[in-house]
Structure formats: structure tokens, C-alpha cells
Design a protein around this ligand. Structure first.
Ligand code: 9YT
Length: 132
């Protein structure tokens, strides 16, 4: 069994900080679950273009408000506490945070640990691993 706390993850190796967001990576590839699980904070005003070409991601909004634009259709969906979205088609999208947003994110395949977006807005499959 694996037991961890968000507090620990936010103050150690599992905390990854990038432009417009930071993420506490609670479960990763080396935990052997077949997915990774993160609590991600999107900073207020962030405007993030992402395209997870190597991963499927689902995102549940715990708090905050924003919107997601599906760049294939141009459709814009409001995001608020209680909303989930799933990028089942590796959908290229823009996430805009009107206020700080707390998101629970699941990735398949699981992240190694240190991934940040490349110039396409994707995560590479061979990123550095977080141990322990
Ligand atoms: C919601 C989203 O995709 N934010 C970018 C960070 C990512 N979820 C992560 O690495 O935790």
C-alpha cells in the first residue's frame, strides 16, 4: 500500500513548478499503478496551450474558475468546481484560469515525475524520474 500526503508532495521532489502552473505529483510511473495522479494548481490569469500527444489526461476541477477551448472545434467550455474533462482524443486545447484553479489530474501512461511541456505543449515519454 502507498500512503502519501499532499503536504509532503508540495514540499519535496514531487513538486514541479512551470510557467502558469505547479503540480504535486502524488503517484507516478514507478508506483506501478498504470496511471499517474497529480494535484495541479493553475495560477490566476494563466493561458496554457497544451497538446498531450503521448498521453491521455482527465482533469477534475476542485476549486477555482476558468474555461477550456477545444482547438479542433473552437468550442469553449466553462470549468468550475465539480467539472471534469477528459482529453480522450489527445485534444489540443487552451486552458484559461480566471482565478487560481486546483485540479486533480490523471495521466495514462503515467508520468515519470519531472515532465514540463515541450514546445508542442506535450510531455516527452522519457522525462526524469522522481524516486521514492
Ligand atoms: C490541467 C493541466 O493539464 N495542467 C498542466 C499540468 C498537468 N496537469 C500536470 O503535469 O499535472
Amino acid at each position: 500500500m502507498i500512503v502519501r500526503t499532499l503536504r509532503e508532495a508540495e514540499s519535496g521532489e514531487r513538486r514541479v513548478v512551470s510557467e502558469g502552473w505547479e503540480s504535486a505529483r502524488l503517484l507516478l510511473k514507478n508506483d506501478g499503478m498504470g496511471f499517474s495522479f497529480h494535484i495541479t494548481t493553475i495560477y490566476a490569469g494563466a493561458n496554457l496551450t497544451m497538446h498531450y500527444q503521448n498521453h491521455l489526461e482527465s482533469v477534475y476541477c476542485i476549486s477555482g474558475e476558468g474555461e477550456i477551448e477545444d482547438l479542433a472545434s473552437g468550442q469553449i467550455h466553462p470549468i468550475a468546481a465539480g467539472t471534469v474533462y477528459a482529453l480522450d482524443q489527445h485534444d489540443k486545447h487552451i486552458l484559461r484560469a480566471k482565478s487560481e484553479m486546483k485540479m486533480a489530474c490523471v495521466f495514462n501512461p503515467p508520468l515519470n515525475g519531472k515532465e514540463v511541456h515541450n514546445e508542442q505543449g506535450a510531455y516527452e515519454l522519457q522525462a526524469e524520474t522522481v524516486e521514492g
